[in-house]
Ligand binder design. Sequence first.
Ligand SMILES: NC(=O)c1ccc[n+]([C@@H]2O[C@H](COP(=O)([O-])OP(=O)(O)OC[C@H]3O[C@@H](n4cnc5c(N)ncnc54)[C@H](OP(=O)(O)O)[C@@H]3O)[C@@H](O)[C@H]2O)c1
Length: 233
Amino acid sequence: MTTRTALVTGASRGLGRALATALADRGWRLVLDGRDPDRLASAVAGLPHPDLVTAVPGDVADPEHRAALAAAVGPRLDLLVNNASDLGPSPLPMLADLRPEEFLRVLTVNTVAPLALVQAVLPALRNANGTVVDISSDAAVEPYAGWGGYGASKAALDQLTAVLAVENPGLRVFAVDPGDMNTDMHQAAFPGEDISDRPAPDTVVPAFLALLDSALPSGRYRAADLVPAGTAR
Ligand SMILES: NC(=O)c1ccc[n+]([C@@H]2O[C@H](COP(=O)([O-])OP(=O)(O)OC[C@H]3O[C@@H](n4cnc5c(N)ncnc54)[C@H](OP(=O)(O)O)[C@@H]3O)[C@@H](O)[C@H]2O)c1
C-alpha cells in the first residue's frame, strides 16, 4: 500500500501535535506547519518517524505560505486537517468591545485560510479521493458570552465545510468539534483559571482515528459522539 500523506496545520502543540503524532505512528507522510519555527522543529523531532515529516513554518493566513504547503504536499493528498486557529483577544471580549480589526484577523485565520488551503490542495485531494477535517468548536453553535467573534468564525467554517461536501462528492469533508481540551488556546480563553480538569488533547485522537477509519459520510461530528467516553485508549 502506498504511504498516505496528511497536511496538518497548527501541529506544533495542542490537538494538531496530538493528531500528527497518531498519524506518524501509523506511518503516514506528514506536512506540518505552525508559525514558530523552533517550536515546530522541536515537535517534529519528537514524532515517531521524523524522516517522513516535512515542516513548513509559517502563518496559514499568508498566501505564500499556503502555496509552500501545497508544493510540499505534491500531487496526492489523503488528508487535510485545518486545525490552526486564532482565539482572538484574551480575555475574550463581549461583542460590544470586539474591535473590527481583531475580528477580521480571527475570520482570516479560522475561516478564510482553511478554505484557501482546500483550494490550494484540491487537485491533490481529488487525486487521492481524500478527506478534509475542519476543526470546529461548540462555540460555533452555542451563544457563549465573549465567544462571538471566534464562534462566528467557526460557524462560518462549518457552513463552508457543509457546502464543500456537497460540491465535492468524491471527497469526505468533515467538521469536527473536539470538545474542551487542556491546551494553550483553552488557557488563553480562561486566563488565570485552573483548566487542569480539561482532558489532554491526545484523549480525543481516538475519535478522529475512528472517523477516518469509518465509512461515515461527510458532515459535522462531535468527537465525544465518535468514541464513547471511557473507551478512548
Ligand atoms: N482547546 C480547546 O478546548 C478547543 C475546543 C474546541 C475547539 N478547539 C479547536 O481545536 C483546534 C486546536 O486548538 P488547540 O487548543 O490545540 O490550540 P493551541 O494549543 O493553541 O495550538 C494551536 C496550534 O496552531 C498553531 N497556529 C496558531 N495560529 C496559527 C497560524 N495563524 N498559522 C499557523 N499555525 C498557527 C500554533 O503554533 P504557533 O503559535 O507557533 O503558530 C499551534 O501549533 C483549533 O481549531 C481550536 O479552535 C479547541
